[in-house]
Write a protein that binds this ligand. Structure first.
Ligand SMILES: Cc1cc2nc3c(=O)[nH]c(=O)nc-3n(C[C@H](O)[C@H](O)[C@H](O)COP(=O)(O)O)c2cc1C
Ligand code: SF4
Ligand code: FES
Length: 530
């Protein structure tokens, strides 16, 4: 396909769109609240009133306001409705021409929406993820075309380096540097893996990206493949994400059908094939070496690094492994340029980050914010604070590998280094807000219970240590522990951190250590003397 054909296809698609588009969220959260029935009722109303030439109803991806679904948005009037019932669907269609809908209006001027800066989620909730034409209409796959015909692989790697993009899967490793390492390996078989395992409790950012805009991730992977010299890619998604898997598979089939994936993409010499691998839902399989073992059909357990996957990964070949959100940033970086991307965020943390904002908070859901925004702005302004005027006691970021941040640190900017300084991590984007009713020792026990269950058992410090820490926390909560046990708890945490084989064990003690640091009085109130 020539570029002119690609642009023509996009234009044709835009021309075929109806003047009024009613977007109904059909992602997992809203589906659970009967959004498919809402969609059907609106489609029926359009048909009943003969509005087919004027109005179209689209099943779209997540709009971010998941706690208030089913969400419906009308364009161009920009009306936004929340908690829509199938009975109210008809009134939304009717209101296109006259009157008011009976459905509850959402406040689209609330900071929850207005403070967001969307790069990865730019088209989430705006396009039908099951139709490639919708993606093409918003400029989809033009970045892939651009790199294939206007840039050398080395120029692509340089652009990603210059952008300052860092991995969104947890550790924040510079993406360009990782690409460069794989690109510099001698030519031969190389692979791209997209990590969509997302096992942290409370996190659903990657699921939402895959469900809402799957082509964006495929485009990011293909650009990565071209840059590093790979002709095969795998997307690893957990079996608990059936809708993401279905939509990804549809997207892959449609892209292949258009000659955008497969052999001689856009008529160039570049071949790139993508396959899905479904994981069985073990948290440890998100760790890159365990994930690679799982893709190879082996038991998903980590192995020591080095060698890193960039040097010896899938079937022993150089492998680039990136998170869903990392790869989803790529098409926009190519389109708008590294300088544009690097102008967003802080000195060392560029671009935006998606968080799943949950817990004791007025507005929960998914937000994409520029790096450097403060935790206070996110929690108090965007999230509307604690319901009924309650006070924040702690914010947990980074899931089981992260920590609990106290309220006097709420003005901390959200970036990799600042969160690490506080004893937490950015992680993949879980953000749980806790109020004053929360027992921080219970919180530490919850996360340790999770790690204990998810430990693969390969190394002793993690296999045995997480159980011992969990039992100690239990004894503390049952008021059976002494202050000597508290000291033991800290020592045990340090030992597990320093001697475990992989990131699961190395970071499992973080929730305990951070609560010990900031909420020590809650522990001491529960223990007896020596
Ligand atoms: C226990 C554990 C679980 C992980 N789970 C995920 C995950 O679900 N998704 C992910 O992208 N990275 C996960 N990671 C990080 C990956 O090992 C790897 O660093 C990441 O996929 C690299 O991509 P990035 O550079 O784009 O962040 C996990 C790491 C550990 C130690
Ligand atoms: S640290 Fe835990 S999860 Fe990682 S290899 Fe050791 S036992 Fe397995
Ligand atoms: S799942 Fe519908 S708004 Fe997020």
């Amino acid at each position: 396909m020539e570029q002119s054909e690609l642009l023509e296809l996009a234009e044709k698609e835009r021309q075929s769109q109806k003047p009024v588009r009613i977007h109904c969220c059909t992602s997992t959260g809203c589906r659970a609240a009967a959004s498919l029935e809402v969609q059907k009722s609106m489609e029926k109303a359009v048909e009943d009133w003969g509005l087919e030439n004027q109005v179209e109803v689209l099943g779209v991806g997540c709009m971010g306001f998941c706690g208030y679904g089913p969400m419906v948005a009308v364009s161009p009037s920009e009306q936004l409705y929340q908690k829509v019932t199938p009975e109210q669907g008809e009134s939304i269609v009717k209101a296109v021409n006259q009157g008011e809908a009976t459905a509850e209006k959402a406040d689209s001027n609330h900071p929850f929406f207005t403070r967001q800066l969307k790069i990865v989620r730019e088209h989430s909730g705006q396009i039908d993820p099951e139709k490639i034409g919708e993606y093409l209409a918003v400029g989809g796959y033009q970045s892939l075309y651009q790199v294939l015909y206007e840039m050398t692989p080395a120029e692509v790697v340089n652009e990603i380096m210059k952008s300052g993009l860092r991995g969104r899967g947890g550790a924040g490793y510079p993406t360009g540097l990782k690409w460069q390492t794989v690109a510099k390996m001698p030519p031969g078989q190389k692979y791209v893996i997209c990590n969509g395992d997302e096992g942290d409790p409370g996190a659903f950012m990657d699921r939402s990206v895959l469900e809402s805009d799957p082509h964006r991730v495929l485009e990011g992977m293909a650009i990565a493949g071209y840059a590093i010299g790979a002709d095969r890619g795998f997307i690893y998604v957990r079996a608990e994400y059936p809708l993401a898997i279905t939509r990804l598979q549809k997207a892959i089939n449609q892209a292949k059908g258009q000659g955008i994936l497969g052999t001689q993409i856009f008529g160039s010499p570049f071949d790139f094939r993508i396959d899905i691998r479904v994981g069985a839902g073990a948290f440890v399989c998100g760790e890159e070496t365990a994930l690679i073992a799982s893709v190879e059909g082996k038991r998903g357990t980590p192995r020591p690094r080095p060698p890193y996957p960039a040097v010896s990964g899938l079937w022993g070949e150089p492998t680039l492994i990136n998170n869903v959100e990392t790869l989803a940033n790529i098409p926009t970086i190519i389109k708008k340029g590294a300088d544009w991307f690097a102008s967003i965020g802080t000195e060392k943390s560029k671009g935006t980050k998606i968080f799943s904002l949950t817990g004791k908070i007025e507005y929960n859901g998914l937000i994409e914010v520029p790096m450097g925004i403060s935790l206070r702005e996110i929690i108090e302004e965007m999230g509307g604070g604690i319901p009924n005027g309650g006070k924040v006691k702690a914010v947990q970021t980074g899931g089981p590998s992260g920590g609990c941040i106290p309220p006097d640190a709420l003005d901390t900017p959200v970036d990799y280094e600042s969160l690490a300084k506080l004893g937490s991590i950015m992680g993949s984007g879980g953000m749980v807000v806790m109020d004053e009713e929360t027992s921080m020792v219970e919180v530490a026990k919850f996360y340790m219970g999770f790690c204990q269950e998810e430990s693969c058992g390969k190394c002793i410090p993690c296999r045995v240590g997480t159980v011992q820490i969990y039992e100690l926390l239990n004894r503390i909560l049952n008021q059976e522990a002494t202050s000597t046990d508290l000291k033991k708890l800290e020592q045990l945490c340090q030992m597990v951190k320093q001697t475990s084989l992989c990131g699961l064990g190395q970071s499992a003690p973080n929730p305990v250590l951070s609560t010990l640091q900031y909420f020590q009085d809650e522990y001491t109130a529960l223990v007896k003397g020596d």
